[in-house]
Design a protein around this ligand. Structure first.
Ligand code: XMP
Length: 401
């Protein structure tokens, strides 16, 4: 490997000096580094930010505190106050803002923060797109209204979404259709607000997090043709280019644990903050293939509820980053009672993670899995096989799609 640092002598540290660092993946030779201590220039080629990287955090700390000399005097309270100032400087006193609440931690914390900054000039909307979990609408509306006092309009648009998704199997196409329908609904909502307040809302709040930004865009400065966008994710990839609303993304430099911390300061109920992440396209990425096939969504809701409730009953919910069920577009043979069946197969997925960028599959006890599987097959009509996903990320992703 040759490295040139113009105008000075560079020292190639190679793999020796950093022998225990590295991304921990099986590819060889991905950990390269160089340094020129005189000019304090260092280069690393691995992912120290990834939890699986041995000594990754140590490397980052060393770089920030010893090499760059910054001090760790940053508090979440300061960030909150700074963000409130930024929001107040961005949104003029007569301007209105809309926010789509998904029922997840990110959009809820983002909305609560913006509400603290501009009060009832924030108008939230919660859309039931027909792709939500069991009783989700009732559960989240209760928290928004009773605990957080957020101004929220609830719109039932299930028919609209599901008719557009009929027959669609490609996950990216599903995402785009869902994104487009959301935008149509927001436009309509904005139009109604304009009639009411005499002025169109000028901004849209999004709960975009830092991992969303990273996974949705090629790294800054890279050639788009040569780098991979992992997904046309959520918030970032899914908005139309001609959208008139300007974005407010107060969480876009934060990781999930930091958002939870901010939520705690903003008095979002702890139970709510600990909710597992749920993807924007909802059950559309958990029913593989056509979401409108048979009663797939209903079957999935019931299976998922049994799985999650069992996890809660076993006291495991907070030890897991994300758990959910997946509906597979295949049938398998079984025997129930004295009948041969040809029914649905569902998969259970539970992972631990720090930020969703890497994940390990969660190792349940045998008895837990046995109980859950029996309960699902006994109580959900049309399911005769339950499988468990035992892959980590990488090589898999968390969602199946
Ligand atoms: P993956 O499947 O990429 O997921 O390993 C990482 C985290 O992102 C969530 N996820 C999504 N969230 N829209 C979202 O809002 C999406 O299309 C989407 N796909 C994945 C996933 O649930 C996990 O927390």
């Amino acid at each position: 490997m040759e490295i040139e640092v113009k105008g000075g002598e560079s020292e190639i540290l190679g793999r020796e000096g950093w022998g225990e660092a590295g991304c921990g993946s099986e590819c060889s030779g991905c950990c390269c580094c160089f340094g020129e201590s005189g000019r304090r220039i260092y280069g690393l080629q691995y992912h120290p930010e990834v939890t699986h990287s041995p000594k990754g955090m140590e490397t980052l700390k060393h770089f920030l505190f010893d090499v760059c000399g910054v001090s760790a005097d940053w508090k979440m309270e300061d960030l909150m106050e700074e963000e409130i100032k930024v929001i107040n400087n961005t949104v003029a006193a007569d301007e209105h803002v809309i926010c789509a609440l998904s029922g997840g931690v990110d959009s809820t914390v983002a909305a609560t923060l913006v509400h603290k900054a501009i009060g009832d000039r924030l108008h939230c909307i919660f859309v039931d797109n027909g792709l939500l979990r069991y009783k989700e609408q009732e559960r989240v509306m209760d928290t928004f209204e009773r605990d957080l006092h957020l101004p929220v309009t609830c719109v039932d648009a299930s028919e609209q979404f599901l008719s557009q998704l009929k027959g669609v199997v490609d996950p990216e196409t599903k995402r785009k259709i869902i994104g487009k329908e959301f935008i149509n609904i927001f436009d309509q909502f904005a139009h109604e607000l304009e009639k009411k307040h005499g002025k169109k809302p000028a901004f849209l709040v999004q709960g975009t997090l830092y991992p969303d930004v990273i996974e949705s865009c090629p790294p800054p400065g890279t050639d788009r043709t040569h780098s991979h966008t992992i997904k046309s994710h959520h918030n970032v990839g899914g908005l139309p280019k001609d959208m008139k609303l300007k974005l407010i993304e107060p969480l876009k430099l934060l990781f999930k644990d930091e958002v939870r911390e901010l939520g705690r300061i903003l008095n979002v109920p702890v139970g709510f903050l600990k909710r597992h992440p749920f993807p924007g396209p909802g059950l559309a990425v958990r029913v593989l293939g056509d979401v409108t096939q048979g009663n797939a969504l209903e079957v999935l809701r019931q299976v998922d509820e049994i799985f999650i409730q069992s996890i809660r009953d076993a006291g495991l919910y907070d030890s897991i980053w994300q758990a959910f069920a997946v509906f597979l577009p295949v049938r398998s043979v079984g025997v129930q009672g004295d009948k041969r069946t040809h029914s649905h197969v569902v998969a259970l997925r539970a992972v631990t993670s720090q930020d969703g960028m890497t994940a390990d599959w969660f190792n349940f006890e045998h008895k837990f899995l046995d109980d859950v599987s029996r309960k699902i097959c006994n109580s959900v009509q049309g399911v005769n096989r339950v499988v468990q996903d035992i892959t980590s990320k990488p090589p898999s992703t968390i969602e199946w799609e």
